[in-house]
Write a protein that binds this ligand. Sequence first.
Ligand code: GDD
Ligand code: MG
Length: 353
Amino acid sequence: MIALILIGGVGTRLRPFTNDFPKTLLPVVNRPFLEYQFDVLKRHGVRDVVLCTAYKPALFHRCFGDGRRLGLRLRYVHERRPLGTGGAVKNAQPYFRDTVLALNGDVLHALDLGAFLDRHRRRRAEASIALTRVKDSSLYGLVETDTDGRVRKFLEKPSWDEIVTNTVNAGAYLLEPAVLERIPAGVNYSLERGLFPQMLEQRARLFGYVSRGYWMDIGTVEKYLQVHIDILSGGAAIRLPGSRRRRGLCAGRGVRLGRELTVDQDGCVVLGDGVRVGDFARFARHVCVGSDCAIGKGAALEDCVILAGSSIADGAVLKGCVIGPRCRVGRYSVVSAGAALAGGSTLRPFSQL
Ligand code: GDD
Ligand code: MG
């Protein structure tokens, strides 16, 4: 089977970090996010992947090339003007002849592809949508199904008074080639606002499949931090990179640790290659530090993500925040919950954010 991954979004809600990376290349626990999707596909024997690009395509080529290094066959289909989720699938039509798996590129999802496909076939569906349960359906595509799984309603980003269920589109679809005939060619067209409502109107065989595995869309800064917390706390069932240097601390190659560091009892820290940590630094809860960062003496870090090449000077305090790549956080600065520091920023000593 061939998988299409939709990666053409600009990632507006993940600014400032999407100034430096397209959303799906953002490092998550020090790996480009898309690699987690590749892992899921490989686990299910899918090695033929088409990446549907529209924003910063060259960066994807540079990062993954033809995919051989990752054990994949990667091909790229570029949209000169973004075609929307449906238009992107239509644009990739020459690459597949059978049932195709289409995925939103910004979702971390432990999808059981075998079960999804099996259900799709048994129902003789024209299209199937993987579903997940969330707290706030208004941010997603709300999907209401009958008891036999047939989709009754698809409502993208419903308003509060339209929310009738907490089951939403998880951003993974199985599509029969016939469905592609429903999508107009060469124009911007949405699966969520165009194809699915149209299929329902015409009583086409559109089914939902509730996936119970871990699921998270990394679309906002808050969720980007949350996905790190989930991975570091073991909630996403993903192995941490690096080697375990002490309880709660995994370090990459060439990491230098100072004296008398503290790692919280239930804390989990991941340090990328070449990170240097000063004496008496303190880590609490979940902390992920990108490669070649420097953490100063006595700095205190709690629930935060620091991207590659940044330095956090002596005595700085970081809590609940994300620091972009190549930042300089000055001595004794305090960066508090919700802060998102753009790549290359400098905070002068004693700043409070
Ligand atoms: N190639 C291409 N071209 N890809 C696109 C385009 C485009 O024009 N527009 C969006 N994408 C990609 C994005 O890069 C992302 O990976 C995926 O399609 C979904 O777009 P988002 O912008 O992230 O949509 P969303 O998060 O608001 O909503 C979607 O995902 C939810 C689940 O995370 C919808 O599919 C919802 O129904 C769904 O619940
Ligand atoms: Mg999204």
